[in-house]
Ligand binder design. Structure first.
Ligand SMILES: *Cc1c(COP(=O)(O)O)cnc(C)c1O
Length: 390
């Protein structure tokens, strides 16, 4: 049968119907599953048959969610986690041995950075960082111990873009596992496996749920690597709950239409900000002024929902701008139906010194907007009245 389109797979991939002929997959809120007899139990544990045993290993709802993400990312296999960070930690912990080395982009999600700098070194796993504007520096960082090449694109919160094809070629040449955190793009906008990634990680908490309800994470990719990640996870317990998996699986049914509107609104917001006199600069992947516009166009279907811009006047102005916001939310999440405004220099990245923030393009006046699904005119009106108080 002809392979179905993305939107169709997101809706029509579902569990086999039960005797009740339900239209939507039911919620299997059960911690374990029963065996016919002792032989069935033995054969199940020996993995002679594929079946659910215990929901820390697999559950029909998590399997449905993982299967959808695999189809969307073009991946062979996957495992679902309680949070995005559980996915990231378990993936690294499963694949790395003491003494191994990671090469990572310098601008990564805050907790990922903490994992690399504070926790993995406890097991003698070290990380070297490259600036995303200098991909030519990556090869100099690779040592015989390097096992993983890691990056996010677009980055948080500066919305920089990394050329995934360049990363794919480097990982191939040096036989490294390329892992991409695809959270900001979603599989609808960008599929890193096409460019040579071996594993793709998502925080499903963000645009995949997209409605600010549940936490979740997922890692998908080549079957042999996922097998190691699965065995590690089944023994250490970071599994996604069946309820959250059911919710996220429903969320995926509307991912394409939601992300289309998120991106349409974000482009309007970016264009408005670019024309405003109190704004020093705006970064949005699909604005021609974005330094990596050509790369963004090559690897992304749309520009995403995150817009970064700088208010004139540094930290004080950034904070004043946030205080003047009336409708949009000040919140730590992103990718919600509600537009969220944050000021990284005084919050998520305040522990970094200014010079370290600048290396990852976080200036003191940088404001990050996660553009939601309210009417674009209302979002723009709120940002405009806040800018006019400057
Ligand atoms: C939020 C986020 C994570 C962590 O996900 P949680 O579900 O909050 O644990 C990882 N990477 C990126 C890029 C994120 O935005």
């Amino acid at each position: 049968m002809k392979k179905k389109q993305f939107e169709t797979e997101a809706i029509r991939t579902q569990l086999e119907r039960t005797e009740f002929l339900e239209h939507t997959s039911p919620l299997y809120l059960t911690s374990s599953f029963v065996f016919e007899d002792a032989e069935d139990m033995r054969a199940s544990f020996a993995e002679e048959k594929e079946r659910n045993i215990y929901s820390r290993f697999t559950n029909p709802n998590t399997s449905e969610f993982v299967e959808k993400i695999c189809k969307m990312e073009g991946a062979e296999s996957g495992y679902a986690f309680a949070t995005g960070m559980a996915a990231i930690f378990s993936t690294f912990a499963a694949l790395l041995d003491s003494g191994d080395h990671i090469v990572s982009a310098r601008s990564v999600f805050g907790s990922t950075h903490t994992l690399f700098t504070k926790y993995l070194p406890k097991w003698h796993i070290e990380t070297s960082y490259f600036n995303i504007n200098e991909p030519e520096s990556i090869e100099q960082l690779i040592t015989p111990k390097t096992k993983i090449l890691f990056a996010e694109s677009p980055t948080n919160p500066a919305v920089d873009i990394i050329d995934l094809e360049v990363l794919g070629n480097i990982s191939k040449k040096h036989n490294l596992i390329l892992i991409i955190d695809n959270c900001f793009a979603t599989p609808y906008i960008q599929q890193p496996i096409k460019f040579g990634a071996h594993l793709v990680i998502h925080s499903a908490t963000k645009l995949i749920d997209g409605q600010g309800r549940v936490l979740g994470g997922v890692t998908v990719g080549s079957a042999d690597l996922i097998r190691d990640i699965y065995l590690f996870s089944r023994n250490t317990g970071p599994a996604l709950s069946p309820f959250n998996a059911w919710t996220l699986s429903k969320s995926l049914e509307t991912l394409a239409v939601r992300v289309d509107r998120h991106c349409e609104n974000a482009l309007k917001v970016a264009e408005f900000l670019e024309a405003h006199p109190k704004v020093n600069w705006v970064k949005y992947p699909f604005l021609k002024s974005h330094p990596q516009y050509e790369v963004a166009k090559k690897q992304m279907k749309l520009g995403g929902n995150i817009v970064a811009f700088e208010v004139e006047g540094g930290i004080a102005s950034g904070r004043q701008f946030l205080n003047a916001i009336k409708m949009c939310s000040l919140s730590a999440n992103l990718g919600d139906t509600r537009t969220i405004v944050t000021h990284p220099a005084s919050t998520t990245h305040s522990s970094l010194e200014e010079k370290d923030r600048l290396v990852v393009n976080i200036t003191d006046g940088l404001v990050r907007v996660s553009v939601g699904l309210e009417h674009a005119d209302d979002i723009i009106q709120d940002l405009e009245q806040a800018l006019n108080t400057q």
